[in-house]
Design a protein around this ligand. Sequence first.
Ligand code: DAH
Length: 369
Amino acid sequence: MSGPNKSYDPVQVTPLNAESVEAMVAAALQAFAAATSVAELKQARAAHAADRSPIALANREIGALPPQARKDAGARIGQARGRINAALKEREAEVSADELSRMLVAERVDVTLPVELTPVGAVHPITALMDQMCDVFVAMGWEVAEGPELEAEWLNFDALNFIPDHPARTMQDTLFADPADGGIVLRTHTSPVQARTLLDRDLPVYVVCPGRVYRADEFDATHLPVFHQIEGLCVDKGITMGHLRGTLDAFARAMFGDVRTRMRPNFFPFTEPSAEVDLECYVCHGSSVGDPANPCRTCNSEGWIEWGGCGIVNPRVLQACGVDTDIYSGFAFGMGVDRTLMFRNNTADLRDTVEGDIRFSRSLAGTAR
Ligand code: DAH
């Protein structure tokens, strides 16, 4: 093992001589200047200023030098490292400021740009109207009942006293589920809920049933193969036509304001007597009748609008559902919801209600009275 170097040994100080140190500094400064990002500068720092950089390695040689040379080299290296570190610090500040401003430009958000609004839906006018109709009855203490759209033929027809060869039972009017003789139909009205309610619930019953119904109809401005009805059924002791009339008047007033109703005799297999319910035109109140100068679009200047069917529940229906007709009687009614929307909101074309254009729904939103 050799002892400490007493003599000035030029071989050992090569990395420490002024020229080499100057070259290291120059290389470091050049590398720092060339770095244009924080990441590049990090690499340049590792190469020129960190523990394994030439200047750091040179620094390690100092200890082996004789005293005077050690002092000179120490001063030189110290000064060089000072320059390198100062340059690094300066460049670091520049590069990160640059990077920040580049980022600010690249990620700039123009807060004045219009926001892309995600369109939100709207309650469909038919749904809104059905809810409103139900509310009128719920406020009078009635309940809301529901039944399936795919219905037993027996409940849709037989329980409601439709005779076996009633024309409504043909394929022309009714959509039968496969197989056609399987006894399942797409309900043609909400009236089967009458039978379901009587079979399911204890008496007395006061229910309304809103829902979708199906008929093998054309699809045009005034017909839809799928439409909506609201059914009402009351079965209690001592129910008369007077109760029916009063209920329909209350319903009409809640929906249309100060209007009267009238009944015209009609026939339905499940009510006896049966009637057609007309609504006094809530726009012209009859003033347009016989006055061509003053026509009314809502009632076609007829003064009355056909609204639905009603009647006293046929005892045969009550009996089919096990109700003692010596004690109980009832009334029922059924209205078309789409039709009601048509004359209530002047929607000219029923197809608008199924096309799903949100502008249609929005245009009627808030028109509820
Ligand atoms: N279900 C009948 C239809 O679709 C409407 C109807 C008439 C319902 C008289 C009733 C009623 O409850 O009593 O045309």
